[in-house]
Design a protein around this ligand. Structure first.
Ligand code: ZN
Length: 412
């Protein structure tokens, strides 16, 4: 079992510090979602995974914080860049230039810049770019394509250093990283200190309203500490004199929001006000709605188990050994008796076993040789790419997908 020093159970809200934080969903004891195993019977640690709600600022958040060193140890996988992400990088660039009015030579900073694919269009068009990326091997990939990258965590100290060396940034963006950081306040303070008074900050995050409406509970795992609504993110920004004024949608994670903000208050766009109103209408910032969400998650698990039992004599293969699938598979208690193997195209994952259920991870070719009766699309946010790939490789059977909403079959 794990040592109690490996994680902390928070009493205070991660954003506003309130003690009025209540538990809403218990996902049980879960292994770390990215910790694939070398052997099926290898020992692994499990930790409680609980979703909680702050009744003051309405932030949905994890009750447990696993120590960064432990999470980081398990994080050895470079996320392969999908076609969806590549197309989106271009759209992201165009929207950013339009909204910020960037001029040639202006500085653009990305926090947790990964392999640099989102900074690349800015770099190619003559803007000055800096990527901040703590993982050495990933930072090296960005440097290879010409992106100036510093191997560091983003925080107030490093932000101050950047201002003194390079001046203010006209654009600072952080895509799908803010929900993962435990030192939230230092990260936002760093943005405030580094952003030009006329500049634009951008935060992209998997939207809690979509998690709620489409039942994306598979996106809840230990690395993902906060689940922001427009209102709770606004609350966080306002604490540091940053003000949101516009919002766009993004296809990443099956539904994300991109919020634009600045140091000076600007008029909020119609889209921003409309989405904020919609959020209030569906009750994203009410605890009762999240209690109902939890109930639906338990029902979703029952349905999933019934379906798995009806296929017990058939060969079922999963597709996509993502972090997201780990929460779902372990919440339902699925193992290799339910899903014989999981196909994954990442060579680093092939030959390994899924966390918890120890399901073997195989290549597409080996998966096809098992003559599956059913393919269960686990990485459902890449569903269309997966269907195409299976069909091209001769699969003629049905597909099963568990998200969004409810498990169902289709031919695709
Ligand atoms: Zn709060």
């Amino acid at each position: 079992m794990n040592s109690e020093n490996d994680y902390e159970v928070i009493k205070k809200c991660r954003v506003c510090g309130s003690l009025d934080v209540v538990d809403v969903l218990d996902l049980g004891m879960q292994p770390l979602a990215n910790s694939l195993k070398q052997k099926a019977n290898a020992q692994e640690e499990k930790y409680p995974l609980t979703l909680a709600f702050c009744q003051d600022c309405s932030l949905v958040q994890l009750r447990e914080t696993i120590r960064k060193e432990i999470l980081f140890d398990s994080y050895v996988w470079v996320t392969g860049t999908s076609e969806t992400a590549k197309d989106y990088a271009k759209t992201f660039y165009e929207r950013t230039v339009n909204i910020s009015g960037l001029k040639k030579g202006d500085l653009v900073i990305e926090i947790a810049s990964n392999d640099g694919i989102f900074l690349k269009p800015f770099y190619s068009e003559g803007f000055s770019v800096i990527g901040i990326e703590p993982a050495k091997n990933i930072a090296a990939m960005a440097k290879k394509i010409g992106i100036r990258t510093f191997e560091a965590y983003w925080n107030l100290t490093n932000a101050e250093k950047i201002v003194s060396d390079f001046g203010y940034a006209h654009v600072i963006f952080a895509r799908n990283v803010i929900p993962h950081v435990s030192e939230l306040h230092s990260v936002i303070q760093g943005i405030e200190c580094c952003l030009d008074p006329e500049g634009v900050g951008i935060i992209e995050f998997h939207y809690s309203g979509i998690i709620l409406e489409e039942l994306h509970y598979d996106s809840i795992y230990h690395e993902h500490l906060c689940y922001f609504s427009i209102r709770s993110l606004e609350y966080l920004l306002n604490q540091f004199n940053l003000f949101s004024f516009h919002i766009d949608t993004s296809p990443i994670s099956g539904g994300s929001y991109v919020i634009y903000f600045s140091r000076k208050k600007r008029q909020q766009s119609e889209n921003y006000l409309n989405l904020l109103e919609k959020e209030n209408l569906i009750g994203v910032n009410n605890v009762q709605t999240w209690n109902a969400f939890a109930k639906s998650c338990y029902e979703h698990r029952e349905k999933s188990i019934d379906i798995a039992e009806s296929f017990s004599s058939k060969t079922v293969l999963g597709f996509g050994a993502s972090a997201r699938s780990s929460t779902y598979l372990n919440f339902c208690g699925f193992d290799s008796a339910h899903i014989k193997a999981i196909i994954d195209n990442n060579p680093l994952k092939q030959g390994m076993y899924s966390p918890g259920g120890s399901i073997p991870i195989v290549t597409l070719k080996s998966g096809m040789q098992m003559n599956p009766d059913l393919i269960f699309i686990l990485a459902w946010n890449f569903r269309d790419e997966i269907i195409k790939e299976c069909r091209v490789n001769g699969y003629v059977g049905e597909f099963l997908v568990a998200f969004p909403q409810s498990p169902y079959y289709f031919r695709g």
